[in-house]
Structures are given as structure tokens and as C-alpha cells.
Design a protein around this ligand. Structure first.
Ligand SMILES: [Zn+2]
Length: 239
């Protein structure tokens, strides 16, 4: 089984992710967009280069739009220019793309393929294999579970367990143990054990470092990475 990690948006806090991965002998793909796309402090060109020396840098568009909601020629530019922008910084070929907000359709997939990428990641979770390299799902996002830690939208007052509710049918189908429902780290470990036991192709962990900071999840993330490192069967790879 491959242990894959990926981190979106290219914020300063990605440096902490990179250091933590290295501490546990792991690698990641960092999907970065140019600095102007977000109010949170972005990685500088030098910092992207520094991460690129030990990890993979992927493209994430130029301005982080929902690619299915903008004109096709604009989407084409977002995709093509993001590849060139990264290659201009790293001097290496950039062959992986991540759809901003996980938003894509057949047309977007085609544009990504035509731009010369060999794969694209979505935000789909609780999966362990990919049927389509241009719509690769993930296993788990680093995100508060089962409760929200902070109310960020009005509807969160009404449905604080939204993530558990969405995950529940799949968690039951995977026959995860009761403790998987207790915390994010326990869910991650249970999914990992499931993937190993059933010999799945991959476990793909992803997240936003700015969100880990916002929700105070650094310790939970480290607990899981320590668990992964202590597991001898893992072969870390760079995608
Ligand atoms: Zn993003």
C-alpha cells in the first residue's frame, strides 16, 4: 500500500507540514497557487523551491476559481498557466493538478489532460483506489471530526455533525470499529488499518495547513503521522 499525502493552496503554514513529514520520513505533494489568490500569507518563491527539494509541487490553478463556473477559454488559461508558473519556479516538470474546491467536469478533465498533466486530484474522501487518474479521490482530509471545533457558517449551528452524517454510511460499510467515531486521529488510524488489512492500493491523506492551524489540529496530525511511521509496511512515495 502506498501512503500518499497532499496539501493545498501554498500557504506559509505548509512549511510546518513539510517539516513534520520529513520528521517521520514521509513526503507530500504541495498544490500551490500564486500568492494573490488568498488573504492568508503565501509561500514565497524561495519557500516553494525549498519544499520542492524534498517534496513534489503540483498545480492548483492561477486564481483558485471554480473551474466549471468560468468560461472554458479562461479555465484553459488557469490550468495551462499554473503548470508554466510552477515549472518556471522549480525548473522541473509539473505533472499533477488539483481542482480548486474539487470542482471539475468532463470538460475540465480534458483541459487538464491536454495541458500535459498525467493526473488530477479531487476532494472525494474515504476511498483507497483511483478508477480515473484525472479524478483521483482521497482517503481522508485533516479536518475536525466528529464535531466542528468552531462555528464558521450559520448552518453549522443547525448541523454540527455534518461530516459524521456524510461519512456515516461509508464508515458503516467499511465496518470501522467504534473508536473510529471518537476523534479525527482515531478515524485516520482505523481507515489506515482497514486499507492495510484489505490490501488497498493507497491511503491518501490531504489537507490545508491553514485549516490545521485554524482548528488546532497539529497534534492530531502528528499523532497519525507517528502511527504511520511506526508501521513497517509503509513505503513512502512521491507522486
Ligand atoms: Zn485550494
Amino acid at each position: 500500500m502506498q501512503f500518499i499525502t497532499s496539501w493545498d493552496d501554498g500557504r506559509k503554514t505548509d512549511l510546518r507540514i513539510a517539516a513534520m513529514l520529513e520528521k517521520y520520513g514521509l513526503t507530500g505533494t504541495f498544490y500551490v497557487s500564486p500568492p494573490e489568490t488568498n488573504e492568508k500569507p503565501a509561500l514565497s518563491t524561495n519557500e516553494i523551491l525549498e519544499i520542492a527539494s524534498r517534496h513534489t509541487i503540483g498545480a492548483h490553478s492561477m486564481t483558485h476559481p471554480r473551474l466549471t463556473r468560468i468560461p472554458i477559454d479562461q479555465a484553459k488559461r488557469e490550468i495551462e498557466e499554473s503548470k508554466q508558473w510552477i515549472e518556471g519556479i522549480t525548473g522541473k516538470e509539473c505533472n499533477t493538478f488539483c481542482y480548486p474546491a474539487g470542482d471539475f467536469n468532463d470538460q475540465t478533465k480534458k483541459l487538464v489532460k491536454e495541458a500535459g498533466f498525467v493526473e488530477a486530484r479531487t476532494v472525494e474522501q474515504l476511498e483507497f483506489k483511483s478508477a480515473d487518474y484525472f479524478a483521483s479521490p482521497t482517503t481522508l482530509q485533516v479536518y475536525p471530526f466528529p464535531f466542528r471545533k468552531r462555528w464558521t457558517r450559520w448552518w453549522h449551528y443547525i448541523d454540527p455533525l455534518v461530516r459524521l452524517r456524510v461519512f456515516l454510511p461509508r464508515m458503516i460499510a467499511l465496518r470501522l470499529p467504534p473508536k473510529a467515531y471518537a476523534s479525527w486521529a482515531e478515524l485516520a488510524k482505523s481507515l489506515y488499518r482497514y486499507a492495510q488489512k484489505t490490501n488497498q492500493p493507497f491511503f491518501h491523506l490531504w489537507g490545508h495547513s491553514w485549516e490545521i492551524e485554524k482548528y488546532g489540529m497539529w497534534e492530531e496530525l502528528e499523532e497519525f503521522l507517528r502511527f504511520v511511521e511506526s508501521n513497517n509496511e509503509v513505503i513512502p512515495i512521491i507522486i
